[in-house]
Design a protein around this ligand. Structure first.
Ligand SMILES: Cc1cc2nc3c(=O)[nH]c(=O)nc-3n(C[C@H](O)[C@H](O)[C@H](O)COP(=O)(O)O)c2cc1C
Length: 358
């Protein structure tokens, strides 16, 4: 019996990446412990590391742990940095007062946080030698792309629009990861100022990107079971990248209250908010997120200042397992996520897909 064309496309991607299953664990900064990536990889998918907040040593250690415990490859991922933020002390003071109602008093210096050095993180990624390096929020500079390619590393570029996809292909990306607006976590828009205005759902984005580029496309956003994977493959994807559906797995080790709330969420229970970091992302509509959207609430500071200002509240929320103040990222299909070991999730979703695409 001949295989469905959509499965043939997926099989080609699997062959190129030495995978058994065309399911990529989303690189989730702050929520991608090696335990999760190892479980996904050993079930035949691809493990991922969102290295945004990691120092070079931590990146190297993450990669070494994956190598020691899997046969497979993995992806390392970074955000392309925005220009330094414009500071506004008076506005930050107002935000600090607002946040004081939600957590410990916020020190004035809290907004001064310095992210890890991007160039040093890039060097650590090259040294770690993963099979894939991915980008989000923009494109790697030409000189870095050339070094990546000379080491045989593939570049997966996350995009949120057709024009971003074309720019990524022109810059040398090997694969496009099309992120629909359903996606949990930060929006990958290259231009943060336009992120909310350019929200495209995966059902429209995916076929349009597939038609616009010649390289393979991986679908991401709101995919959480075999129906989603089958639909994505039928719309032209060669594989899928899944985030939220892995967050309830024990290997993800997120706060229990966040994992439980994901399982209870209806699609309309998530919203796009800048309230945690200053960059828009999709989160559960928790108490803090809703209060931040009130007309009387102060506007969030730019990234990464807002991330620094909210740190104390977020840390307290984790200590106290308090969903209302946690940075509770979740995609619109959160309610489909199950509390199962990650390997079982990969196997189940792929079996469901194959049952549909016979
Ligand atoms: C907690 C969390 C953190 C994320 N961090 C990153 C990141 O660091 N880099 C990145 O490229 N994408 C990140 N994403 C977005 C994912 O790559 C992907 O687009 C998204 O998870 C897909 O939607 P889903 O969550 O509905 O599966 C994150 C997503 C979540 C849920």
């Amino acid at each position: 019996m001949s295989r469905h064309q959509a499965l043939v496309r997926a099989a080609t991607l699997c062959e190129t990446l030495s995978l058994r299953v065309p399911i990529l664990m989303a690189p989730m900064a702050g929520a991608c412990p090696t335990s999760l990536a190892i479980a996904v990889a050993n079930a035949g998918g691809l493990g991922g590391c969102g290295a945004l907040l990691m120092q070079p040593d931590a990146i190297r250690n993450w990669a070494a742990d994956l190598r020691a415990n899997t046969n497979g490859g993995f992806q390392l991922n970074l955000w392309i940095p925005d220009p330094p933020p414009q500071r506004n002390v008076a506005a930050e003071d107002e935000m600090r007062r607002f946040l004081g109602n939600w957590g410990p008093e916020v020190a004035r210096e809290a907004g001064d946080l310095t992210p890890p050095n991007f160039a040093a993180q890039c060097e650590a990624m090259l040294e770690a030698g993963p099979s894939i390096i991915s980008s989000i929020m923009g494109l790697y500079p030409n000189h870095f792309v050339a070094r990546m390619k000379s080491k045989g590393i593939k570049w997966f570029a996350n995009v949120t629009t057709v024009s971003e996809a074309k720019a990524a292909e022109a810059a040398g990306a090997d694969v496009i990861v099309a992120q629909g607006m359903e996606a949990g976590g930060h929006r990958g828009a290259f231009d943060a100022t336009k992120a909310e205005a350019r929200m495209v759902g995966l059902f429209s984005l995916l076929p349009a990107v597939v038609d616009a580029v010649k390289i393979p496309v991986v679908a991401s956003g709101g995919i959480a079971d075999g129906r989603g994977v089958a639909a994505a493959l039928l719309l032209g994807a060669s594989g899928v990248q899944i985030g939220t559906a892995f967050l309830r797995c024990p290997e993800a080790k997120i706060a229990a209250t966040w994992a439980d709330a994901i399982g209870r969420a209806a699609p309309e229970d998530t919203v796009i908010t800048r309230a945690f970091s200053g960059r828009p992302g999709r989160s559960l509509a928790t108490g803090y997120v809703q209060a931040s959207a009130a007309p009387t609430a102060p506007p969030p500071a730019p990234y990464p200042v807002q991330r620094g200002l909210t740190q104390a509240m977020r840390d307290a929320a984790v200590r106290e397992n308090d969903i209302d103040r946690l940075q509770a990222w979740a995609g619109q299909s959160a309610g489909l996520a199950r509390s199962e070991p990650a390997g079982a999730v990969v196997r189940r979703i792929w079996e469901e897909t194959n049952a549909i695409l016979r």
